[in-house]
Design a protein around this ligand. Structure first.
Ligand SMILES: [Zn+2]
Length: 374
């Protein structure tokens, strides 16, 4: 055998090994994250129950319903609209594992863009997973992409005109938060948005909250975005948070920014619509090397420098902004929203038990409030 043949065979073998390893890693992102709902769960449904065309598709996702003994208001909490914003997903997942509703109803969708959890953003070098340590061991969760997987919705148009007629970059057609109120006949992401709207009608939702994160250099961060129909509820909620050290800025949903949850849910489903944003360095543009520690501990020397230069919209020091602090912030805002609701709408009660306090999460981390790993 000649030297060239040996070299070519070696090269071919190396290519095969790289392809097999990367293919297995790519496939591994299709393994579902485990969620262990609290024993008081009333009904475990799927999003396709509200729009059957989603059945068997990558857009179908779990819906957890907790109905209290007494009737009352309906609250919808969405995580994972953007799967690269882990505080929204983890807050929703933790609450599914810790909720007992006394009066009214709470509906949770922890992975609103289910397809977005099956891949990473190209060129970002983001980890595929991160771990949260519980007293009984680690639980692993996927760190996905802001957009639907192109394997499930392809190709992107050069220009995307969303259901409300706004023109956006083509890839935004795979961004769930630019696709409301959705469409029965559109792409997968538009169908998911349509199914969420159908769920709100069928489940009698009064208040809906979409949990997000944004880069620390983005102006709308540590913010509560509200539809104008929710102004009073938003103001009382933010005033309640001023008493804590987890304050939120108040941002009214712009009327000309279409396709977003806080705009279209209020306009088309008639619910009190909110979006909460916390500050996540792991998907900011100023970050250093991506890592699982950056996702969970939120420490980054370049953000410390940016804060010193006055470039950020939140304080950022060597301690960083860890996941436990971001989840605590979302929980504090949800609890303040429930208190405001009780004050303003006492005839439609919504009472929940079992949620850990924001202080306890900030101090002990999320792990003690999660189900142990199997
Ligand atoms: Zn987001």
């Amino acid at each position: 055998m000649s030297r060239h043949t040996v070299c070519a065979a070696g090269l071919l073998l190396a290519v095969v090994v790289v392809c097999v390893v990367s293919g297995l890693r790519f496939r591994s992102m299709h393994t579902e994250d485990a969620i262990y709902p609290d024993g008081s769960l009333t009904e475990h449904r799927r999003l396709s129950d509200y729009f059957p065309a989603l059945q068997g598709s990558a857009g179908d996702t779990d819906v957890y319903i907790f109905q209290g003994e007494a009737a009352g208001a309906g609250l919808l909490i969405l995580g994972g609209t953007h799967p690269n914003e882990p505080a929204g997903f983890i807050t929703t997942l933790m609450l599914v594992e810790k909720t007992q509703v006394v009066q009214g109803k709470i509906v949770f969708i922890p992975q609103a863009n289910h397809s977005g959890f099956t891949h990473n953003d190209p060129f970002e070098a983001s980890p595929q997973r991160f771990a949260i340590t519980t007293p009984e061991g680690k639980r692993w969760f996927r760190y996905g992409s802001r957009l639907t997987n192109p394997v499930h919705q392809w190709p992107d148009p050069a220009l995307y005109i969303n259901p409300s007629g706004q023109k956006l970059a083509g890839a935004e057609m795979r961004n769930l938060n630019r696709n409301y109120p959705g469409s029965r006949t559109g792409g997968l992401t538009q169908q998911v948005a349509h199914a969420v709207m159908e769920l709100m009608r069928e489940e009698g939702i009064d208040v809906a909250v979409d949990l997000h994160e944004a880069a620390p250099e983005y102006p709308v961060v540590n913010a509560l975005v509200f539809h104008e129909n929710s102004a009073e509820l938003a103001a009382v909620t933010v005033m309640g948070l001023e008493m804590t050290d987890l304050s939120f800025r108040l941002e009214e949903s712009p009327r000309n920014l279409r396709g977003l949850s806080h705009r279209e849910w209020g306009d088309h489903a008639g619910v009190f619509a909110f979006l909460f944003e916390t500050a996540n360095a792991s998907h900011g543009r100023l970050k250093g090397r991506p890592s699982t520690a950056l996702i969970t501990e939120g420490q980054d020397q370049y953000y410390v420098k940016a804060a010193r230069l006055g470039l950020l919209f939140v304080p950022f020091d060597e301690k960083g902004i860890p996941l436990r602090g971001r989840v605590a912030r979302h929980v504090a805002a949800l609890q303040a929203l429930l208190s405001s609701w009780a004050e303003l709408y006492p005839l439609k009660p919504l009472e929940v038990q079992g949620w850990p306090s924001a202080e306890a999460i900030a101090a002990a981390g999320v792990g003690p409030f999660l189900h142990p790993p199997n």
